[in-house]
Design a protein around this ligand. Sequence first.
Ligand SMILES: Nc1ncnc2c1ncn2[C@@H]1O[C@H](COP(=O)(O)OP(=O)(O)O)[C@@H](O)[C@H]1O
Ligand SMILES: [Mg+2]
Length: 313
Amino acid sequence: MKVVSVMNYKGGVGKTTLTANIGAEIARWGKRVLLIDLDPQASLTFSFYRPEDWRAHLAEGRTIKQWFEAWRMDGPVPGLEVLVTAPTVANSRIAHNGGRLDLIASHLALGDVEMDLAARLGGAQIHRSTRHYFDVYLRLAAGLATLPGRLYDLVLIDCPPNFGVITRSAVAASDQLLIPARPDELSTLGIDHLQSRLRRFTWEFNQVADLQADLRPAVKKLEPMILGVVFTMVQYYGGQPVSALRPYIAQTRSLGLPVFDAMLRESNKHFAGAARAQLPAILTEQLSRELAWELQSLVEEFLKRIRTANHGS
Ligand SMILES: Nc1ncnc2c1ncn2[C@@H]1O[C@H](COP(=O)(O)OP(=O)(O)O)[C@@H](O)[C@H]1O
Ligand SMILES: [Mg+2]
């Protein structure tokens, strides 16, 4: 089971759209995929469930919020499996190949959990509260470990647009990170910033782990690997990304980050309506040939990069 977090500081860069479409396509190819929505905006959840169905069947007891709330320090890790749902409409287009697409839904009040977790971390005196430190940051990793082995080939985590406690716990649970970005100046700056926050968090986490070297079981050091930056909402002209975008793509490469060759074009027509259909664009019949090809190339490259990364480690 590979765990990949989809993250970027910024909102509106296509994190949720990519998570839903990559996850759905890989599931359609016969794999078992679990999507986890960690954003209080719950757009990933609402890509698969109508708001009224979410309210009636999920909101009260079957979202990641209740799972965080069920945690007791020193108690057993609450199982994640009871929260897993299988969106029906999407799965009806996937199941023929033996694949499946599951989802752990989010909650609009997940922001409260974020604040509770931040309070538990307790700020300055890290060395006094290392138990709290790992209790908070390793929750998601511990939760994923409660899933039966071999249940999923891939877990994709859709992060909120910040680098808060919940996002950091997703980093700590992930093998790799995928960074969607728009090719513009602010996004390029944002990626640079994200990269330095990632480095700082990893450094801090590993320092605290060193301080606690006598913990049993020992805390595993973090080594989050950036799978790559994927450019989304790319404008095309005459079959090519418009030339004004190229400097930003080059600038991102110069940050020393891997950049996907595959990109996702801007298409209001195909992406804006997807939420209403409870289906990611890739599973709809209306998808244009170019876009289907683009998404498939993206998924192929994604899987190839995951495989290559594994060989390296
Ligand atoms: N390639 C695209 N072309 C046009 N619109 C897009 C594209 N990708 C996403 N969108 C739209 O842009 C908005 C933000 O995308 P979303 O995936 O929710 O971003 P994020 O999760 O980073 O906030 C949504 O309304 C979505 O439908
Ligand atoms: Mg989102």
